[in-house]
Design a protein around this ligand. Structure first.
Ligand SMILES: Cc1cc2nc3c(=O)[nH]c(=O)nc-3n(C[C@H](O)[C@H](O)[C@H](O)COP(=O)(O)OP(=O)(O)OC[C@H]3O[C@@H](n4cnc5c(N)ncnc54)[C@H](O)[C@@H]3O)c2cc1C
Length: 470
């Protein structure tokens, strides 16, 4: 809890109505979308502008109070759980689209702007903001930037990092910096913009971002290819790319995920096949026609049961919406859903899916898998129940095996969800001790008092592969 003196300081900065310190109010911000992690903050503050953010940070620095920036709390790595208490910082007042610059093809936004609002605002101007995490209806751009989020369009268009041109951020000493600009080229000094993207709120608070926009694609088509064997689907993925076609979307769902999604969305998806590929291409109509035809041929040559192009925009939209709802659909099966995002080179997808199934069998847990096949970014998702301690231990052991296998296949422990609390114990597996040391040195240079989102990315010795619940 805040002392009366500290509370008064914060009220002076943001106003009485923007300080929450009741038990019920704090409880709401004690957890995020990640199961099994919870810890109470001391207070929740909602600044109205960058200067207020800077003033809050200065108080936190003087008093050594932890500070956890929070967008919509949809991250899946425990990234906004205030494990060491302190202040949760909300951006509900700093949520505006400040400018769309059609000459420079940029959009400047505040951190609390919702991803889908950004996408819609770009489209209303004939432009396109491609990063489309499945959570885009509720996720904020501040969260997307800090997790370097990806989405269904990542294969062709890249991830959030590829669209952040400039940032305004408040450092842990309260100073305000501006990085980058509305520039296609900029090699002045270290690339602080890229360093802050994906830094999970551990280095600075992002208070404004300038995003790159591209022209809106002229047309789009969507196809569903059905398979009775996973290997055929995986071979089709590799063959499409080897044929020098980069589809806008190349997604994969296994049978259990498909069944859950159909039960949720009820759009007539087949539930009697082993795997489906959801494929989209966008661009000039003649190129889209050509690519879709070629991709259908490739899918059939790898023994797809069928490869059907959606006949209407509505049908296409229903298919992609169904795919985006995979996590929500699986979450209905059991009380707890743990979704991971182990990522491998796309040539290893079939091996990774096979390994995931073997690991699930070995540990006697249920794991459904879907994900961005074109990126090698899989979402093995365990449906379980946190109250079953024995099963939770097996789930944790299964995910440890999955991360180990991903790294063995040349992959990584997270392709888009970030490290946060959840994967901190595994980061060293990916980087080794020298890699962790240099990252810690960067953290120390930015945040010598360790007030910015402490406990995230780097695991304490005591936390190695344990679950926190405070
Ligand atoms: C159903 C569902 C589907 C999802 N699909 C995807 C997907 O397809 N792709 C994907 O990549 N992720 C996905 N996610 C994960 C999540 O939505 C993303 O990580 C998203 O970017 C988080 O945004 P948020 O606003 O909720 O951020 P939060 O969860 O609130 O915060 C995320 C991180 O950003 C930091 N942060 C937030 N704002 C700031 C700021 N202004 N300055 C500094 N740090 C800040 C926080 O401290 C935290 O570390 C999904 C999650 C769910 C629940």
């Amino acid at each position: 809890m805040l002392t009366t003196k500290l509370k008064q300081k914060f009220i002076q900065i943001v106003g009485h109505e923007n300080v929450i310190d009741s038990s019920a109010g704090r409880l709401v911000y004690s957890y995020d979308a990640t199961p099994n992690f919870q810890s109470m903050p001391d207070a929740v503050l909602a600044p109205r502008n960058t200067n207020e953010v800077a003033a809050i940070i200065q108080v936190c620095r003087e008093e050594k109070i932890p500070l956890v920036p929070r967008g919509s709390g949809t991250n899946l790595c425990g990234g906004t759980v205030p494990v060491e208490g302190g202040i949760v910082l909300l951006f509900k007042h700093m949520n505006k689209i400040l400018e769309i610059d059609e000459e420079n093809l940029t959009m400047t936004v505040q951190p609390g702007a919702l991803t889908l609002e950004i996408i819609h605002a770009a489209e209303a101007n004939g432009l396109f903001y491609p990063p489309d995490p499945s959570s885009m209806k509720i996720s904020t751009i501040g969260g997307n930037i800090s997790e370097n989020s990806g989405g269904l369009r990542g294969l062709k268009y890249g991830v959030t990092r590829d669209y952040v041109l400039a940032l305004e951020a408040v450092l842990p000493n309260g100073e305000i910096i501006r990085t980058g600009g509305k520039l296609a080229k900029d090699v002045a000094g270290y690339d602080l913009t890229r360093l802050l993207v994906g830094s999970e709120g551990t280095l600075a608070v992002v208070t404004e971002a300038t995003l790159k926009l591209v022209p809106k694609p002229e047309s789009k088509q969507t196809m569903l290819a059905l398979y009775q064997d996973m290997d055929g689907a995986a071979r089709a993925v590799s063959k499409i790319i080897a044929n020098k076609i980069i589809p806008a979307t190349l997604e994969f769902l296994d049978r259990p995920t498909l069944a859950a999604v159909e039960d949720f969305a009820r759009i007539g998806l087949p539930t009697n096949v082993e795997a489906v590929l959801l494929i989209e291409q966008d661009g000039p109509p003649e190129i889209v026609d050509r690519d879709m035809k070629k991709m259908a041929e490739i899918c059939l040559s790898e023994h797809a049961v069928s490869a059907q192009i959606a006949v209407s925009a509505e049908e296409a939209e229903a298919l992609t919406t169904a795919r985006r709802s995979a996590l929500s659909a699986l979450a209905r099966l059991k009380p707890t859903t743990i979704l991971e995002d182990a990522t491998v080179p796309r040539s290893e997808i079939a091996n990774m899916v096979k390994a995931i199934n073997e690991i699930a069998f070995k540990h006697n847990v249920t794991i459904c898998t879907f994900g961005h096949a074109g990126d090698g970014n899989l979402h093995p998702t365990c449906t379980t129940d946190v109250r079953d301690h024995d099963e939770m231990e097996r789930v944790e052991a299964a995910f440890a095996d999955i991360f180990e296998k991903a790294i063995e296949l040349g992959g990584t422990i997270t392709g888009e969800h970030g490290v946060g609390l959840m994967k901190a114990p595994y980061l060293e597996w990916k980087f080794g001790e020298p890699g962790i040391s240099i990252m810690k040195a960067i953290k120390q240079a930015f945040d010598p008092d360790n007030i910015m989102n402490p406990g995230k990315i780097f695991a304490k010795e005591t936390r190695k592969r344990t679950v926190i619940s405070k």
